[in-house]
Write a protein that binds this ligand. Sequence first.
Ligand SMILES: Nc1ncnc2c1ncn2[C@@H]1O[C@H](COP(=O)(O)OP(=O)(O)O)[C@@H](O)[C@H]1O
Ligand SMILES: [Mg+2]
Length: 298
Amino acid sequence: MSEQTSTPRPAVTGSGPRTAPALLSVEHLTVRYRLGRGMTGRARTLTAVRDVGFTIGGGRTLGLVGESGSGKSTIGRAILRLAPVSEGRIVFDGQDTAAFGRRTPLSFNRDVQVVFQDPMSSLNPRQTIAATIGQALTRHRPLSGLERDREVTHALDRVGLSGYHSDRYPHELSGGQRQRVAIARALAPRPRLIVCDEPVSALDVSTQSQVINLLMELQRELGVSYLFIAHDLEVVRHISDEIGVLHHGRLVESGPAERVYRTPEHPYTQTLLASTLVANPARQAERTARRRRLGADA
Ligand SMILES: Nc1ncnc2c1ncn2[C@@H]1O[C@H](COP(=O)(O)OP(=O)(O)O)[C@@H](O)[C@H]1O
Ligand SMILES: [Mg+2]
């Protein structure tokens, strides 16, 4: 036999190089929350996400945008197995996560991490930064005290923090510094995907740019993929390879970022884009400043 035998490649529908299967594939995802019984005694449900599909390739970023209540966090939570998958499937690295059942494999818990909007509530206020990072490092890998200290220093250095910060408590840091700690903690288990749920929404504009630049740098260095959630199209512009626009739980538009910004197809996307371009001088100035900092040819 002269021909090499190879396993058939799964079809690729979206992001990533054509030859590689997607790292994450969300297919026809519908999420319903149970709301308990109403006055009539009938069980009520709320459909937060309807028939949503997208893929994220290795080392790529999908920016997911939509107004508050559109279902963005629910999608992130479903991927993290914190919200129910009522219909459809979520496939990570070729594995249907429904097959995990109740026990999420350790490898998945390591591979998929999260950064939330508010690090003040996601970081333990009674733990120093070094303790928080150290704990994240040793959760999945046994390390000696010495190795642990060395790795904590390295993890903080990688997100632009120093030894000065390692003995501080979360309340002693700025919002941007806390978010850097949350990013260092998410990176500690060497994940392949990070769900970033509005990680910069609580930060001022210049800090937003710094944190986004940091995430992009880390992606180049480590090849990690992001699902980057925001309510503002402008925020995800520079970090996203693909964009998905959610409206009332439905993905009304998705595609390569450049195409979505240049020729938005759905009226809702056009409205969202227009609202970032409003004739609001303060907003315009912010926007210009942000783009300049990001080195865009604005
Ligand atoms: N645990 C929950 N139980 C019931 N309804 C929820 C729950 N979490 C979110 N919802 C509802 O689902 C919808 C989508 O919420 P969410 O995913 O948080 O939107 P977003 O992140 O875009 O603001 C909203 O109507 C919200 O009220
Ligand atoms: Mg949310």
